[in-house]
Ligand binder design. Structure first.
Ligand code: PLP
Length: 359
């Protein structure tokens, strides 16, 4: 007899490892359970014997890993009787908060830096019908305002300073171990507010403590050169990068992330916008995986550290691809400015010639 088991989101799946009870109304869009794709062409291209897997979080319901944290944060906000949530966002948190708020039947307020949100993320947030408040300031300013206003108004903050966000996001580490049967040697990810690196480390630690896996990875946090407070060793005031999702100078999980670095024996490093965009293009053109610029920072870092031997051959590496490339069509079009589609006559002969010409 066949038993059918519908996947209904990460809270149901990892229920016994998350802070919910039998009575909790779970707010889910079926997030999690994202593919862990082993790269096949890039390792060959760089001529290194490494196993690189990418955890493609761009395939979550709103196209980023934020959904993992948001299902948990909104579930707990509703459980506590909250009627409204609020966040500051570089784009993905606002899209995710808006979607889960609609699902729950509560209101979402999002503060975004005017003109610094990727087009797809803005479109999503508008479609989900959130109350969008644009500010003429950056994410860090928005975050400070959100913290202040939450003291005065009945709204629940759903940025990653909300501990339930971290609880939801730690499940990505569970999925990796459940799938591989072990934790990777190195886990590489882009770092903005540093909530996600904190969440992965929590997940790996919980599994290692219970002996679900025997090892824990070295955690590698990569930043954009113009927004690299962890590399500078201090907060910075005017972060700038094409990777808008990590355009953050005052990370909220500052101390937690330093702790991850120390405990895991890992490191922080930074990469230029050119290096980030090259990695994004490489993933698309050699592996068929289209992530957003910020996400590609993970691969840019991994490839750099593999090339220098800091990550030795024989290593098993996981890179988290935090968001979907479709979210930022403007950057993608810029990246492909030199490869315009050919326009031909709508005739069989012309199509045939176009094909034969490029074989
Ligand atoms: C939020 C986000 C990040 C940064 O994650 P933090 O937890 O803030 O470090 C990276 N990439 C994308 C696509 C994001 O949306």
């Amino acid at each position: 007899m066949t038993t059918h088991k519908r996947y209904t989101g990460l809270i149901e799946f990892y229920r016994d490892r998350l802070p919910v009870s039998a009575n909790t109304r779970i707010i889910s869009l079926g997030e999690g359970n994202t593919p862990l794709i082993q790269l096949q062409n890039i390792p060959r291209l760089i001529g290194k014997a490494v196993d690189i897997y990418v955890k493609f979080e761009g395939l979550n319901p709103t196209g980023s890993f934020k959904d993992r944290g948001m299902t948990m944060a909104v579930t707990k906000a509703v459980e506590a009787g909250s009627q409204a949530i609020i966040c500051a966002s570089t784009g993905n948190t606002s899209a995710s908060a808006a979607a889960y708020a609609v699902r729950a039947g509560i209101k979402a307020f999002v503060l975004i830096p005017e003109g610094k949100i990727a087009l797809g993320k803005l479109a999503q947030t508008l479609m989900y019908d959130a109350k969008i408040i644009q500010i003429n300031g950056n994410f860090d300013r928005g975050m400070a305002l959100v913290k202040e206003v939450a003291e005065l108004a009945p709204v629940t903050i759903v940025n990653s300073i909300n501990p339930f966000r971290i609880e939801g996001q730690k499940t990505a580490a569970f999925e990796i171990v459940d799938e591989l049967g072990f934790a990777p040697d190195y886990h590489c990810l882009p770092v903005g507010n540093a909530g996600n690196i904190t969440a992965y480390w929590k997940g790996y630690n919980e599994y290692a403590t219970e002996r679900v896996c025997g090892n824990r990875p070295v955690m590698c946090g990569y930043q954009a050169a113009g927004a690299a407070p962890f590399v500078a060793g201090e907060m910075i005031d005017n972060p700038e990068t094409v990777a808008t999702a990590i355009r953050i100078g005052h990370p909220q999980s500052w101390a937690l992330a330093w702790n991850v670095q120390k405990e895991s024996g890992g490191w922080f490093d930074k990469f230029t916008d050119e290096q980030i965009l090259a990695a994004q293009k490489m993933l698309s053109q050699y592996e068929g995986v289209f992530c957003e610029p910020a996400s590609a920072t993970a691969l840019a870092g991994a490839l750099h550290d593999i090339s220098t031997g800091k990550i030795p051959e024989g290593s098993k590496i996981v890179c988290t691809l935090t968001g979907n490339g479709i979210k930022d069509p403007e950057i993608a079009m810029l990246q492909c400015a030199d490869t315009k589609p050919v326009t031909i006559d709508a005739s069989l002969d012309a199509v045939k010639r176009a094909i034969l010409d490029s074989l």
